[in-house]
Structures are given as structure tokens and as C-alpha cells.
Design a protein around this ligand. Structure first.
Ligand code: GLU
Length: 445
């Protein structure tokens, strides 16, 4: 593939979730592997459902994922282009006005269903004579517009699913423009794909029928047909459709949870494919290995556990430079020694921030630790300078004096020093704290 131009075309009516991020990633990787272009297209012709806050968060999320787009367009700014295409199709007799109310359409649909027939629009409006249309318009009725499909079977070769056949005879002529003048999805999408010279359209399998319809529109506008690839939709681990209830994770949520964007991308590139799930430290490494042909028709199983695993695997292997780029709330605590100390005990990015906080701010909480034990520990705390052996020296004196051992010996110290039962090795942690801080914490200050 040479210089592929791809696009990700979200509708800004909600937050981006992992499934959307997967479609964006696939398009990004296809363009990246061919030194092409990746375009962000905001599908906001539906004024009612589109919200600016979602546009902002989609852009922010793509940026967080590292899916850098080369160009960005918003459909609401491009209506003139759609009007032009609309006029061309109308002049060719491929678009026709309709006047049925939603209620009438619903009745027609129900009648067909009762007769066990496919609920396909009967094209009643196509049979209206010119003078009937005129009198409807004169009486103040506003039309909505449909595109006239052929009754052909549209065939195309899908990058992921192989040969596809869409039987247009089984489809209603799609509504192109609503009564209020707003365009629905199909025409603007095709017009933009033509205008932006899109070579590859990778999108969810729920768009397969739309692709059949759109191929007719591409043809009607005398344009080249892009290559299509329909990726399988995400399902939860037990194969149920992915939904808010079972696993849906918005990118915002994952970000908040401290997930590394590389983990999301690594998982998204390998689920629903023939390759093993592997942790990639960067999109460049991922792009080197990625082959769209490895994607399969079978559902892509998304698992939070798998994501967590990839996440901790990636994070604990990062060197200081890599982790520095991912941590926003850095301060003087955050240095190479700190990272060396905590990295093996970290599975999310927010845990890094937790440990920055633990080392910085006084530890609160009542841990039910014997006061006398802490006093002895204070008395025996060696003076600085400290090194990696200091902890052992201190703790063996404490053992001798108190006759405590194992957990009973070190857990109270861990609790008052960190407020947690688990964490990095204490021989390293106390070096990061230094004498004064350790002493203050032993005194519960
Ligand atoms: N806005 C459509 C969606 O979010 C775009 C589909 C496409 O990629 O053409 O489903």
C-alpha cells in the first residue's frame, strides 16, 4: 500500500470508548505504514446530538493515545459541498422528495412486518406526479429526500472480511436530507471521502450495508471507490456484545485509572486478530509489526484484565525517560532513584502519582500500632548517612530489642511510613525519605 489516506469519522455525540479508539488506531496504522495521511473527520451534521464538549474530548483522547492526525475537518462547515453533490444527484434523477410523516412510515413498516415481508420503503413518493409534488409544496409541506438505490447486489473485496455482497433490493432507499434541511450520514460521508481522496475506509462491521449504499453514491458522483475494511465489533470476555454494563470503558475512564495509552493501543491492535497479544512500548514499534490482514472476522474480545496485565507489564519495564513522559504531576520526588525504587510495584500510572504523594505528604490514618514499639524504633533509628544496608541494621536491632519477628516486626513500620500494607522494598524507600521524614512518621507527625 502506497501513501494510504485514511480517516477516523466519529460522531461527537458521546465519549470515545475503546471500540472507537480501535477503529481510529487501525486507520492510523494503515496510513502510518504507508507514509500516508490520517484524517480526523468530525461527523456533526446532526446538530441536536453533536456537542462541542465531545469534539474537544475526542481530540484530547486521540492526542493522549498518540494517534496524531494530519488534518481535521468538521462536517458542519462543509454543507456547501454536500449541497453541490445533492444538486448533481437530483439532476440525475437519483434523489427524490418524499412527504410521508413518521407515523405513516411506521404504519407501512408494521404492515409489511405483519405480512412477514422485509420492511423496505415502497417508493410511494417516487410515483408522485410533478403536479402532485407541486401542490404538496404549495400547501406548505416540506419534503425529505431519498437516494434511489438500484436493486443490484453490490460486490466488493473487503480487506478484513474478503468478498462481500450487499443486496440493495433488500434495502430502503436511504434518507439523504431531512425535512429540516439537515443531511444524514451517507451523502456527506461519501462527498468528504471523495474530496479528501480517502484511499482506505476502515470502520466497524455495522457499516457493511452502508458501504454497499455508499458505493452506489460514489458511482453516481463518478468517483473512485476506496478500499473498505470492516473490523469486527468488540465483545466482552464472555462473548456478549460490548456495552456500558459489561465492559465499556471510555478512554476518559482508562486515563483516570492510570492506564498507559500504549497498553490500550497494544491490546486494540491484537484483539480480533491472529497475532498474540504483546506489549508495545510505542506506536512506532506497533506500526512496524502491524498487518491489517492479521485481523479476522471473529469478534474482538476485549478484556479489562488483559489491559491491566499489559499495562503493568509495560509500565514496570519503562526506563526513567519513558515514564517521565507519561507522568504529569512530577515534582522533586520524581527522579531516577524514586522510579527505580517503585517500578516493580506499579501496575497503573496513577499508582506512580500515589507514591509521589505518599513520599511527600504526611501519612494519615489510625493503624493500631503499639506506641511503645514505635518509640523503640525511634530510639534505634540510625543516624545518617544511610545506605542500602541501613534498613537491615535498624530492623535487626529492633528485633533483638522487641523480640518481634516477621510481619509483626516490619508491618507496623511499613504502615506508619507509607500508610499501606504493600509497596516497594523498605530498604530503598527509607533512603528516599531520609532520617527526618522517617522520624516524623514514626512520631506520627
Ligand atoms: N460517524 C460515523 C460513525 O461514527 C462514521 C462511520 C464511517 O467511518 O464512515 O459511525
Amino acid at each position: 500500500m502506497n501513501n494510504s489516506i485514511t480517516r477516523f469519522a466519529p460522531s461527537p455525540s458521546g465519549l470515545l470508548h475503546v471500540g472507537n479508539a480501535r477503529t481510529a488506531l487501525l486507520n492510523f496504522l494503515v496510513s502510518k505504514r504507508s507514509n500516508g495521511k490520517f484524517i480526523l473527520r468530525i461527523d456533526d451534521t446532526d446538530q441536536e446530538r453533536s456537542k462541542n464538549k465531545y469534539i474537544d474530548s475526542i481530540k484530547e483522547n486521540l492526542n493522549w493515545l498518540g494517534l496524531k492526525y494530519d488534518e481535521c475537518y468538521q462536517q458542519s462547515n462543509r454543507i456547501k459541498l454536500y449541497d453541490e453533490a445533492f444538486d448533481i444527484l437530483k439532476a440525475k434523477g437519483l434523489i427524490y422528495p418524499c412527504f410521508e410523516t413518521p407515523d405513516e412510515l411506521d404504519k407501512k413498516r408494521k404492515r409489511l412486518i405483519t405480512r412477514r415481508m422485509p420492511p423496505v420503503y415502497d417508493r410511494a413518493a417516487l410515483k408522485l406526479e410533478q403536479d402532485e409534488i407541486k401542490s404538496l409544496l404549495d400547501s406548505g409541506k416540506k419534503p425529505y429526500w431519498r437516494f434511489k438505490l438500484s436493486s443490484k447486489k453490490v460486490k466488493f473485496e473487503d480487506l478484513i472480511r474478503g468478498d462481500i455482497n450487499v443486496d440493495l433490493a433488500a434495502q430502503s432507499d436511504p434518507v439523504i436530507k431531512r425535512e429540516d434541511g439537515n443531511y444524514l450520514y451517507n451523502l456527506p460521508s461519501v462527498v468528504d471521502d471523495i474530496d479528501m481522496s480517502i484511499t482506505h475506509i476502515i470502520r466497524g462491521e455495522d457499516h457493511i450495508t452502508n458501504s454497499g449504499i455508499q458505493i452506489e453514491i460514489f458511482n453516481a458522483l463518478d468517483a473512485n471507490i476506496p478500499i473498505f475494511g470492516h473490523n469486527s465489533l468488540l465483545v466482552s470476555e464472555n462473548g456478549e456484545p460490548f456495552s456500558k454494563r459489561n465492559a465499556a470503558a471510555s478512554i476518559e475512564q482508562l486515563k483516570e485509572k492510570g492506564i498507559d495509552p500504549n497498553a490500550v493501543n497494544s491490546l486494540n491492535a491484537s484483539i480480533g486478530s491472529s497475532v498474540d497479544i504483546e506489549a508495545y512500548e510505542s506506536l512506532d514499534l506497533l506500526a512496524d509489526k502491524f498487518e491489517i490482514s492479521s485481523l479476522s472476522k471473529s469478534p474482538a474480545r476485549y478484556s479489562n484484565n488483559q489491559l491491566d496485565k499489559l499495562n503493568s507489564q509495560l509500565i514496570s519495564n519503562y526506563n526513567f525517560d519513558q515514564i517521565s513522559q507519561l507522568i504529569k504531576d512530577k515534582n522533586n520526588i520524581f527522579d531516577e532513584e524514586f522510579w527505580d525504587c517503585i517500578k516493580q510495584n506499579i501496575s497503573t500510572l496513577s499508582e506512580v502519582s500515589d507514591w509521589i504523594r505518599i513520599l511527600n505528604e504526611p501519612i494519615k490514618g489510625d493503624f493500631n500500632v503499639e506506641e511503645n514499639f514505635l518509640i523503640v524504633a525511634q530510639d534505634l533509628l540510625p543516624n545518617e548517612p544511610w545506605d542500602l544496608k541501613t534498613w537491615d541494621e535498624w530492623i535487626s536491632k529492633l528485633k533483638e530489642k522487641t523480640q518481634k519477628k516477621g510481619k509483626e516486626l516490619f508491618m507496623p513500620i511499613r504502615l506508619v511510613l507509607t500508610g499501606k500494607k504493600n509497596g516497594p522494598e523498605l530498604n530503598k524507600l527509607i533512603l528516599l525519605m531520609g532520617y527526618n521524614k522517617v522520624m516524623d512518621r514514626l512520631k506520627r507527625k
